[in-house]
Design a binder for this molecule. Structure first.
Ligand code: NPQ
Ligand code: MG
Length: 367
């Protein structure tokens, strides 16, 4: 029986500033959900940023939604299934729902002694790892950073782009690392459909894909853009649910999807999107939100499903953090091992998490 739920707020520094078209991030504001039962506990990590710059969600807002609306739904005998049925009445707030779902999943699967990977239907024991490279202050710096990641073994490179910091950096990386390196770009919605001719200049670099060139709501703009550029369009921010994914595919707004469990309301919804794409031959890959080992472990389980045929942003812990909250995930031959013990397969290292923790609140669960 579930007895207590904790909300843990913490803070972790990034090893190096991460610049995207929407922000320069130096650190990460963390929110964990901890479900405590009689014999087990379960952990979930909320992926929301401190500010609503990637999407409308932000971590203080998530804490409000979780404590005000979602935690009261949890009773001693709540299951993932019963929680999802109730939480469906709350509109939106995908990242809040995903954090609670993840904790319930970990709790339930630990009690059943089943790994999240097995539960989701994983077919791979390791996952090919890509790296997301922030914008750098010069092309020389960019080439150095990419060279370091290549030396570490990352099998795919994703460059963050924005208007004016796109063609030349991509050209430089393509020239320096050759035609065979798997290379893609992510605009985080920094363009408009009027930039179609400009974006068509990226076609010459044989990119795997361009991720989210236009705003989240502009699905129809992506349809138009897809007719004017040859580079495959992959959606990230736009895909907030199974229904949106199906619609985007039906109208040809994208030919590839970046699946982030946090963005779509959880691992169950993420699996539904995977299954849809798999049945249609649409490649998917697992995105990242600078998760600690808690969220990273669960993402690896998802990324081990058969439809994840492109390397994801599931990088090693040290890409982002000097000291991860869990035992660090490491790259071996460009791959990361999928946890195979019960639940998400990892736990926070208590003293490490305590050092980072700013606040911990406890909620009693009753009928
Ligand atoms: C993306 N992630 O694919 C996101 C964007 C992103 C790995 O590129 C704090 C929290 C900082 C979430 C920076 C990658 C972030 C963040 C970037 C998400 O679009
Ligand atoms: Mg993205």
């Amino acid at each position: 029986m579930i007895r207590t739920i904790e909300i843990i707020r913490a803070h972790i520094n990034l090893v190096t500033p991460f610049r995207t078209s929407f922000a320069v991030e130096l650190d990460r504001d963390l929110l964990f959900v901890r479900i405590i039962g009689d014999n087990e506990e379960g952990w979930g990590e909320c992926v929301a940023m401190a500010d609503p710059l990637y999407s409308s969600e932000y971590v203080d807002g998530c804490e409000e939604v979780i404590t005000r609306y979602l935690l009261p739904m949890i009773k001693p005998d709540t299951t993932v299934e019963s929680f999802l049925a109730e939480a469906a009445h709350i509109r939106g707030h995908f990242m809040s729902k995903a954090a609670v779902e993840a904790a319930l999943l970990d709790y339930e699967l630990r009690m059943a002694n089943v790994s999240l990977a097995t539960y989701l239907g994983a077919t791979q024991t390791t996952v090919a790892s890509g790296v997301s490279v922030g914008m750098q202050s010069s092309i020389d710096d960019l080439l150095k950073v990419v060279a370091d990641y290549r030396a570490e073994g990352y099998v795919r490179v994703k460059l963050k782009i924005e208007p004016g910091l796109d063609i030349e950096p991509v050209r430089a990386v393509r020239d320096a690392f050759g035609p065979d390196m798997l290379l893609q770009v992510d605009a985080n919605a920094a363009y408009t459909v009027n930039d179609a001719d400009h974006l068509a200049r990226l076609d010459q670099f044989n990119l795997l894909l361009i991720e989210q060139p236009l705003p989240e709501e502009d699905l129809v703009g992506h349809v138009e853009l897809s007719k004017r550029i040859a580079t495959p369009i992959c959606l990230d921010e736009s895909i907030t649910s199974f229904d949106v994914a199906r619609g985007a595919l039906n109208i040809n707004a994208c030919s590839i999807i970046n699946i982030k469990p946090g963005r779509v309301g959880g691992y169950v919804e993420a699996k539904r999107i995977h299954d849809l794409c798999y049945s249609r031959g649409i490649p998917v890959w697992c995105g990242g939100m600078l998760e600690t080992g808690i969220g990273r472990a669960a993402n690896l389980a998802l990324a081990a499903l058969p439809g994840f045929t492109l390397p994801g942003d599931t990088s090693a812990s040290k890409r982002y953090f000097t000291q991860d909250v869990t035992t660090p995930f490491e790259l071996v031959d460009g791959h990361i091992e999928v946890p195979n013990t019960a639940g998400i397969g990892v736990r926070p290292i208590e003293e490490v998490l305590n050092r980072m923790t700013s606040r911990r609140e406890s909620f009693a669960v009753s009928h």
